[in-house]
Design a protein around this ligand. Structure first.
Ligand code: 4NP
Length: 159
């Protein structure tokens, strides 16, 4: 599955790091491929924003090895799920999607229905608090997404 935001240096690498940790804890690392990308190439090749790395490290997630890249048309055939952080990312992804692209495209917070949010707010131009909110929402949606995968793909995950 692929997480997508605008810059691929704040929200989507945070989601990649959090879901990776949850999936490892569940013993499913061999079954679920996780990546992240941005709709905007400006930060391609860069590590996550220092503030995202710090906020994540305080909760035990190490984002330091991740590097930004742009979302590609091929991502729609390489991944089963593409999860967008906000409506603008979702609209950009719908425009990028090739006819043969099979990936299920969702807003990530569809998997956090009790959060009171539909979008993960872009923290880039704001203060430190925004980065903690991003982590809160992403942790909740990651738990929900993993529960969804277990329900939808129960047979594959049993063996
Ligand atoms: P992200 O945050 O989409 O969560 O990675 C942003 C990072 C960079 C920019 C905007 C949002 N930017 O305009 O450079």
């Amino acid at each position: 599955m692929l997480f997508v935001c605008l810059g691929n240096i704040c929200r989507s690498p945070t989601a990649e790091g959090v879901l990776r940790a949850f999936v490892e804890e569940a013993g499913l690392s061999e079954r679920i491929a996780i990546d992240s990308a941005g709709t905007y190439a400006y930060h391609a090749g860069e590590p996550p924003d220092r503030r995202s790395q710090q906020a994540a490290a305080l909760r035990g997630y190490d984002l330091s090895a991740l590097r930004g890249r742009r979302a590609l048309r091929e991502d729609f055939t390489r991944f089963d799920y593409i999860l967008a952080m906000d409506r603008s990312n979702l609209a950009d992804l719908r425009a990028l999607r090739p006819a043969e692209g099979k990936a299920a495209l969702h807003l990530f917070l569809e998997f956090a229905p009790s959060s009171g949010f539909e979008e993960v707010p872009d923290p880039y131009g704001g203060g430190e608090k925004g980065f903690d909110l991003v982590l809160d929402l992403i942790e909740e949606a990651s738990r929900g997404f993993l529960a969804h995968l277990r329900r939808e793909h129960a047979a594959e995950f049993r063996s």
